[in-house]
Write a protein that binds this ligand. Structure first.
Ligand code: AMP
Length: 172
């Protein structure tokens, strides 16, 4: 884990003044770090019977795809509005300024699925809480929540459902 931590780049004042952005492109471009990420993420779910990994646009697509591949599961994108081509369901959620929407294909998940929801970073938790509600409405057997990085000072866990099993590889 120290190796991955050493590859995370802190970018100050991005995308807004005062934000310290945890940039994972410097992790993903490093072959060894990318390999470790895939292995460590998958170890969390090896014996769980996971059938689908849902990656949240856009940075969650990278780790989510790797995790799905490692687990022999399918990959499902959760996207910003208007991006998915077929029939979708949507969830609106509050952001610091205004609201945002996340969408998923209606037929992407069914009652036999065991799902891991993945994003790169847990900040305030608003995005993941909305994604969780969206996936929950499709009635899968079980939903796990997963991040590469959790920014604990922002208290995002409190925004996530109490009964959800949340795992983060690195907690700051
Ligand atoms: P949240 O506030 O948890 O809803 O975060 C929304 C999205 O923004 C997540 O998908 C993260 O990828 C991203 N994000 C928020 N804050 C940061 C940060 N400090 N560093 C990197 N990514 C962030």
């Amino acid at each position: 884990m120290e190796y991955i931590k050493s590859r995370v780049r802190d970018v100050y004042d991005f995308p807004a003044k005062g934000v310290v952005f945890k940039d994972l492109t410097t992790v993903f471009k490093d072959p060894r770090a990318l390999h470790i990420i895939g292995w460590d993420l998958s170890q969390l779910y090896r014996d769980k019977g996971v059938t689908k990994v849902v990656g949240i646009e856009s940075r969650g697509f990278i780790g989510g795809s790797i995790l799905a591949f490692e687990l022999g599961a399918g990959f499902v994108p959760a996207r910003k509005p208007g991006k998915l081509p077929a029939d979708t369901i949507r969830m609106e959620y509050a952001k610091e300024y205004g609201t945002d929407v996340i969408e998923i294909h209606r037929d992407a998940i069914g009652p036999d699925d065991i799902v891991v929801l993945h994003d790169d970073v847990l900040a305030t938790g608003g995005t993941m809480a909305a994604a969780y509600k969206l996936v929950k409405s499709l009635n899968p057997k079980k939903i796990y929540i997963n991040f590469i990085i959790e920014l604990s000072a922002l208290g995002g866990r409190a925004a996530l459902p109490e009964d959800a099993e949340v795992s983060s590889l690195i907690v700051y």
